[in-house]
Ligand binder design. Structure first.
Ligand code: HEC
Length: 130
């Protein structure tokens, strides 16, 4: 009787593992989780949840984010001066190539639903030739 219960819970566990493993193994999801971490530590103090506020343009639906991922990486590497009345975003170039690649993938996936692959090598290339 008890062993029957164990069997059932084992099968359930195996089923769960089968469901979860491909998700965890997906490189995009891993990078998105890392990017979300970078975002909360280095971007959210100004950009909050991606909506516009007094100082910043909204990241949600931003036409700039919809451009190829290099455009977003350049803003992070070199900063950005807003138009009239806009704020100034200081360069975040002290972030590692890996963190920048991850946060670029994250903000583009989250705010404009774009999923181009983007890697630390692409960030390194932009540092060399902007
Ligand atoms: C100190 C505040 C600050 C921090 C930290 C910051 N930003 Fe910004 N960001 C700004 C301001 C201000 C602007 C607005 C400039 C403008 O009007 O385009 C901006 C603009 C942007 C834009 C362009 C949006 C658009 O459509 O014009 C992107 C993309 C962006 N930031 C991404 C990021 C990411 C990703 C991070 C974290 C790695 C980050 N920012 C960190 C202040 C900040």
């Amino acid at each position: 009787m008890t062993s029957g219960v164990y069997k059932i819970s084992l099968i359930t566990l195996q089923g769960l593992a089968l469901l979860i493993t491909p998700c965890l193994a997906s490189p995009e999801l891993e990078s998105l989780a890392a990017g979300s971490e970078v975002y909360s530590q280095h971007c959210a103090q100004c950009h909050s949840d991606g909506s516009a506020n007094g100082m910043v343009t909204a990241l949600v639906a931003s036409p700039l984010l919809k451009e190829p991922p290099q455009a977003t990486a350049r803003i992070i590497l070199f900063g950005r001066r807003g138009g009239e009345g806009g704020g100034i975003m200081p360069a975040q170039a002290s972030l590692s190539d890996e963190d920048i690649a991850a946060v670029v993938a994250y903000v583009r996936a989250k705010f404009v639903d774009q999923h181009d692959p983007f890697f630390k090598e692409d960030v390194a290339a932009l540092r060399r030739s902007p």
